[in-house]
Design a protein around this ligand. Structure first.
Ligand code: PHE
Length: 340
């Protein structure tokens, strides 16, 4: 029988370079039939005073063999694993999820592009405004209900400072700075002190427009708005103007489009009237022109204003305005196609 020292040397020096060698190592030193294991059977033939010592030495050897076996096996597995993970640079990349533009931004951009194509320029300005630009310059009477705390958000520190309730304030700002011809659209966020429901929100977006020049007529306005409606909702769309009232326009009108869902036959969207309201408009009141330093004898103009949320709800048949403010990605992801 080999000596303990011989076996120890064998365990330490055994060359394990591949899986077969590892298996052979296991058979030689760890399997039931190995020489080392069979030596455990010899314990009983050893003189009793040496048994303990002998047994300890055998156990030590067995542990050593076990430890080498485990070490080598782990090393080989790691090597095999890293070899199969070498990157294949020719593989097509995983799909990177793309975001979608917010439906309100999509609609804002569309409205903007339509007007820019016919010579309007977009102007922007402050959300926090003063009374002059939002009300007084626009011919709102002193006791007009829109000036009431119930309708307008005032900045508490100062009764003259408020959140704009419409982007008409930008029309005033433009006219104060610039003489006609003026052709601007005013996209922006507006604020009204309203209860939040499925149809109304205290924050929403508008695009308002203003055209001031010599001899601008109601017919110019009608044609411009027809062009807009047909580009936005399709070439077959008809428009109709209903008399209305705004302090800053005279005459004033509300514009409806023929229902593009039912084509005028009557459906839920148009509440069986065949028409859907989309904007307010009118000829700029001479008082407003004068308030802004523009000669109302020489110049005339038209203005219009539309709510972007309302247009978006119509175009994409969304039935709850609050969806636009909750930013639930499951809702927003649906606008991926419209983003491009
Ligand atoms: N400023 C109006 C509103 O916010 C819309 C409008 C603009 C109406 C211009 C007529 C002319 O409701």
């Amino acid at each position: 029988m080999k000596s303990i020292d011989e076996i120890r040397a064998e365990i330490e020096n055994y060359k394990i370079e591949n899986a077969e060698a590892l298996e052979q190592f296991r058979l030689n030193f760890l399997s039931k039939k190995s020489e080392l294991q069979s030596m455990f059977g010899e314990i009983k033939s050893i003189a009793p005073e040496n048994r303990k010592n002998f047994g300890q030495m055998l156990n030590e050897l067995k542990n050593k063999a076990q430890q080498r076996f485990e070490e080598q096996r782990t090393k080989m597995e790691a090597a095999a694993c890293s070899r199969s993970n070498i990157a294949d640079v020719t593989r097509p990349s995983a799909n990177v999820p793309v975001g979608a533009m917010h439906p309100i931004s999509i609609m804002m951009n569309q409205v903007r592009r339509i007007f820019e194509d016919i010579g309007f320029t977009a102007v922007t300005g402050p959300d926090i405004e003063d009374d002059w630009h939002v009300f007084t310059a626009l011919n709102f009477a002193e006791e007009h209900p829109a000036r009431d705390m119930q309708d307008t958000f005032f900045v508490e520190l100062h009764p003259d400072v408020l959140l704009r309730t419409h982007t008409s304030s930008l029309q005033v700002r433009t006219m104060e700075k610039q003489q006609p011809p003026i052709r601007v659209i005013c996209p922006g966020r507006v604020f009204r002190n309203e209860a939040i429901t499925s149809r109304a929100h205290c924050i929403f977006h508008q695009v308002e427009g203003l055209y001031v020049a010599e001899n601008v007529s109601f017919a110019d306005m009608k044609q411009t708005l027809l062009y807009f409606a047909q580009r936005m909702f399709g070439p077959d769309v008809k428009i109709r103007l209903r008399p209305s009232y705004f302090p800053f326009t005279e005459p004033s009108a509300e514009m409806d489009i023929s229902c593009y869902i039912c084509g005028g036959e009557g459906c839920n969207l148009c509440k069986h009237t065949g028409w859907v309201e989309i904007l307010g408009c009118g000829m700029v009141d001479p008082n407003v022109l004068e308030n802004c330093g523009i000669d109302s004898k020489k110049y005339s103009g038209f203005a219009f204003g539309l709510g972007i949320e309302r247009m978006t709800m119509l175009k994409y048949t969304t039935n709850d305005i609050r969806l636009y403010f909750e930013n639930d990605v499951r809702f927003l992801q649906q606008f991926k196609a419209a983003t491009r």
